[in-house]
Design a protein around this ligand. Structure first.
Ligand code: HEM
Length: 482
């Protein structure tokens, strides 16, 4: 009897101590909601960026929250994002790796990834990757003909539908994936290539499978349960595709003929430190980061301009006046196309492709304004909140490209609160390429087509489908040749 009682007391005390450990708040943290022990805060919506805005109304632009065993600090205004990621970038630039992604990184010790690594691996891989990719035109003017060629293939595919309603997401993904495939694998794929179609669908499904409020992000072991079997299978398929390209390159490699990014890896000393399989994850980082994001911006552009036909008309008038119909647009036209530029910026403001950016993590105890943020805290830069902050933008929920134009409409006006590529030392590595590619795809498409929602579906939700990125919810559109 006594031993049963004492065992219960000891067990009770133990449970209390564990709960206490999970709910205890380190001193001087930003305020935040009370959360359940162990489980942490549960969102009622998949649109976590919007839920964070609601919490910020109650607790202020910088608040803390527990999710699973982790402490999160969410930054909801320009000042706090800049303060953390730029001014105190030294302490706020490590990456936190969500559970399902951690599971995909081959060498846990080396963290062979560019998006998801820290410290020496991240520095070494960034130092190797950027110059290697730039030597094949990454983000440089020399890439314009390749992107414009892809824009022609894209236009041909759309023309073949003769204005019939189509979901543009798959074909946009093919175009952006081909730009990356040429840089990385030195080749493009035909749009009817079955393997290409399948792998792009797998990529889209992977991005959409795990939303930010999914418990697997904070309880990684869940990835081994049957619920995540489709995710595991898709990752295996994706890796198989990447590895097949890598093995082909190894077999056909000639050191005096470096064809692309994979060859650059095989020729560099870095291949002594990372195996070809490790390198697969780095290739995947670039291929996925460079494909889905740019396609998502273009997809939002088609939808927004179909809904706002007055803006579409102005875009087309500017294109007709500056570029005409006899040649393709070029990046050198950009300064003369301020309305097109402003429209693209407004689309990326209203629907940032990665609404809560990618998670950062503090590498040491650090201060942020009046608060102390412990080492290992997950930092969430809520770009959506910055882009919808009424302190920064007049009528932030309205679609208005003029907000990025000077009073005479002749020049683009920058705003420090515009940060779709995030900011600081961990900002988007592909920003120059993305800016160039979205501009060329956007101008090529609106030069040649008028886009309209189908007559029987005159409206569409503009909320978006949140996953790792946020594309529009699936829609159909008619492209009429001009
Ligand atoms: C419109 C298109 C794009 C948008 C809106 C975008 C946005 C972002 C954002 C928000 C981040 C997280 C930055 C942070 O953690 O602070 C990021 C990281 C990254 N992006 Fe992009 N991206 C785009 C296109 C691209 C392209 C075309 C590439 C090229 C392959 C690319 C490669 C990367 C890489 C490698 C990182 C990780 C950087 C690091 O951790 O050091 N992105 N991007």
């Amino acid at each position: 009897m006594f031993s049963l009682l004492s065992t219960s007391i000891i067990l009770g005390a133990l449970v209390f101590l564990i709960c206490f450990w999970f709910v205890r708040r380190p001193k001087n943290l930003p305020p935040g909601p009370w959360t359940l022990p162990i489980i942490g805060y549960r969102f009622k919506t998949g649109h976590v960026h919007e839920a964070y805005v609601e919490l910020a109304k109650k607790y202020g632009p910088v608040f803390s929250i527990r999710r699973g065993p982790f402490l999160f600090v969410v930054l909801n205004d320009r000042e706090s994002v800049k303060q953390a990621l730029v001014k105190s970038g030294e302490f706020f630039s490590d990456r936190s790796v969500p559970g399902p992604i951690n599971w995909t990184i081959p060498d846990a010790k080396k963290k062979a990834s560019i998006v998801w690594s820290n410290g020496k691996s991240w520095v070494d891989l960034r130092k190797f990757s950027l110059p290697a990719l730039r030597s094949f035109g990454f983000g440089k003017k020399s890439l314009v003909p390749q992107i414009n060629l892809e824009a022609r293939y894209l236009a041909e595919e759309i023309k073949a539908l003769h204005g019939e309603p189509m979901d543009p997401s798959a074909v946009l993904n093919k175009a952006t994936a081909n730009v990356m495939a040429q840089l990385i694998f030195g080749r493009r794929y035909e749009y009817d290539d079955a393997e290409f179609i399948e792998i792009l669908q797998v990529m889209v499904d992977i991005f959409a499978f795990v939303s930010d409020n999914d418990p697997v992000n904070v309880f990684e072991p869940l990835i081994h349960t049957p619920w995540y079997k489709p995710y595991r299978e898709m990752m295996i398929k994706q890796n198989k595709f990447i590895h097949a390209q890598l093995y082909f390159h190894r077999e056909t490699f000639q050191k005096d003929n470096i064809r692309d990014f994979v060859d650059a890896f095989l020729a560099d000393d870095i291949s002594k430190e990372y195996t070809l399989e490790d390198f697969g994850r780095i290739v995947l980082d670039f291929f996925t980061a460079g494909t889905d994001t740019t396609a998502v911006v273009t997809s939002w552009a088609l939808l927004f301009l179909s809904v706002h036909s007055d803006v579409q008309r102005k875009v087309q008038n500017e294109l007709d006046a500056v570029v005409g119909r006899g040649r393709q647009p070029d990046t050198s036209d950009r300064p003369n196309l301020p309305y097109c530029d402003a429209t693209l910026m407004e689309i990326m403001r209203l629907r940032p492709v990665v609404p809560i950016s990618l998670p950062h993590m503090t590498s040491a105890d650090a201060s942020l304004g009046p608060y102390t943020i412990p080492k290992g805290t997950i930092i969430v830069p809520n770009l959506w909140a910055v882009h919808h902050d009424p302190k920064e933008w007049c009528d932030p929920h309205l679609f208005n490209p003029n907000r990025f134009l000077s009073a005479d409409g002749q020049t683009v006006v920058k705003n420090e609160a515009w940060m779709p590529f995030s900011t600081g030392r961990r900002d988007c590595l592909g920003m120059q390429l993305a800016m160039m590619e979205t501009f060329l795809l956007f101008t090529n498409l609106f030069q040649q087509f008028e886009f309209k929602l189908p007559p029987d579906q005159p409206t569409h939700s503009m909320r978006g489908h949140p996953g790792l990125t946020m594309p529009p919810e699936s829609y159909k559109i008619c492209a009429i040749e001009r």
